[in-house]
Write a protein that binds this ligand. Structure first.
Ligand code: NDP
Length: 448
């Protein structure tokens, strides 16, 4: 894959020079610039006003020390980040990731993707992301709390319901959001919607926990119906990961008549040909915080395999829901050989560029993360609306809105792909549709 448009190629080269040690960020920018070539050709004003250059440089990148005391009384130091990428269409919005692999490249690729994803939802949210190289796994509740409080001691001054509104991501679930919000409130003295993913008793929204996984299934169903005239019902699926996104993708897929036969964590994967027992898996992961191997210990007939060969399992649907670049070319080759019908990304940038190209060339429907996993941030947007108006909406109302937003995102991406001569390429369609609104807002707001 090459960028042939001269202007975008030279702009990408400059981005490469400036961020040479940030491979994930460059991968994300390359994909978007590649998709935007027909747009740049049709609208020369975008180049003149530096829209591409401006979008590839964050408005602000904050990095800070997070000191905290572990259970042995030893002082630990981590590095925290927040990238405030674009506020063209609303306050910065995007999750926080706590994982040892977090660095400026990871945070910037996620923040950059978030700009277009948030735009696709149709809600007024800019793009941001953050996190720390802290690993909550194996830490006590007390250690996690002290870390979150220290993280917020710096972060709070950059947040606010109309400024920047973080949420969860890898390693940041209900427990971490609670501690972060408690400290935000203590420091500011304000009970306000400056974080989403909050618990239902203190300003959270119904369906936020389930939103990314549910939304992924709503998107996939619409894609299958409109592009192949078939439904998910009766299909088999493999889901990677067993965290927030994976769990609720499994629940919703099974509700929709899919048999989900495998799930994983970073050590290995389980196979349960009868279909995964969602309630058991949820309890083991969310409540008991165990490794996924515990599932095979408890379920007769289920098997545990160490390693990452989950994509060698034959399935109709592959739903990667763990982390970036988890679906590699060799995985895609196995999926295609086994007759996979669709791949829909629950994790951000699940697939390498070669994987996407191979799947598309082999007639596999491919749903890119910035469209297919936008359900989480969409319901975060609905949580912000509820907080701003002091309202509480019911589960069904939020779920219906989520489904409507996901169907809308699919059609925006499909329509944009048709309009720019790449019909059915949802990667290009999602990038173009997400970009259109942000670019328009930037043109109206002058050079800022
Ligand atoms: P969780 O922390 O709840 O779960 C992450 C899961 O992925 C765990 O099973 C974890 O295994 C596995 N995992 C994480 N890192 C790796 C790795 N390097 N290699 C292999 N497996 C790994 O995170 P979420 O479910 O919230 O997030 C999953 C993905 O979905 C991420 O890409 C995130 O950006 C994306 N996403 C999340 C949203 C949300 O609302 N939460 C919204 C949109 C996208 P282990 O426990 O062994 O680490």
């Amino acid at each position: 894959m090459h960028i042939t448009n001269e202007y975008l190629a030279s702009t990408f080269e400059a981005v490469q020079k400036r961020n040479s040690n940030e491979p994930e960020f460059l991968q994300a920018v390359f994909e978007v610039f590649h998709s935007l070539q027909p747009v740049a050709e049709k609208k020369p004003r975008l180049a003149k006003e530096g829209v591409f250059e401006r979008l590839a440089e964050p408005e602000r990148m904050i990095s800070f020390r997070v000191p905290w005391v572990d259970d042995q009384g030893k002082v630990q130091v981590n590095r925290g980040y927040r990238v405030q990428f674009s506020s063209a269409i609303g306050p910065y919005k995007g999750g926080l990731r706590f994982h040892p692999s977090v660095n400026s490249s990871i945070v910037k690729f996620l923040g950059f993707e978030q700009i277009f994803k948030n735009s696709l939802t149709g809600l007024p949210m800019g793009g941001g992301k953050g996190g720390a190289d802290f690993d909550p796994r194996g830490r006590s509740d007390g250690e996690v709390m002290r870390f979150c409080q220290s993280f917020m001691n710096e972060m709070y001054r950059h947040l606010g319901p109309n400024t920047d509104v973080p949420a969860g991501d890898i390693g940041v679930g209900g427990r971490e959001i609670g501690y972060l919000y408690g400290q935000y409130k203590k420091l500011t003295g304000r009970f306000e919607g400056a974080i989403t993913g909050k618990g239902l008793t203190y300003g959270g929204s119904q369906v936020r926990t389930q939103a990314t996984g549910y939304g992924l299934c709503y998107f996939t169903e619409e894609m299958l119906r409109k592009m192949k005239g078939i439904s998910m019902e009766g299909m088999t699926a493999v889901v990677s990961g067993s965290g927030n996104v994976a769990l609720y993708a499994i629940e919703k897929a099974q509700e929709m008549g899919v048999r989900v036969i495998a799930a994983s964590d970073s050590n290995g994967y389980i196979v349960d040909e009868k279909g995964i027992d969602f309630q058991l898996l949820r309890r083991l992961k969310e409540e008991e915080r165990l490794r996924i191997s515990a599932y095979a210990d408890q379920v007769p007939g289920a098997q545990y395999f160490p390693g990452r060969d989950i994509w060698s399992i034959k399935c109709d649907l592959a739903l990667p829901c763990a982390t970036q670049n988890e679906l590699r070319l060799e995985d895609a080759q196995k999926l295609v050989k086994n007759g996979v019908i669709a791949v829909a990304e629950g994790s951000n940038m699940s697939s390498t560029p070669e994987t996407i190209e191979y799947l598309q060339q082999n007639g596999v429907l491919f749903a890119p993360s910035k469209a297919a996993n936008a359900g989480g941030v969409a319901v975060s947007g609905l949580e912000m609306s509820q907080n701003a108006s002091h309202a509480i909406w019911g589960f069904d109302k939020v779920d219906r809105q989520l489904a409507k937003i996901m169907v809308g995102i699919f059609h925006s991406a499909l329509d944009a792909s048709a309009q720019y001569g790449v019909e059915g390429d949802l990667v290009a369609g999602a990038n173009i549709a997400g970009f259109a609104k942000v670019a328009n807002a930037m043109l109206w707001q002058g050079i800022v």
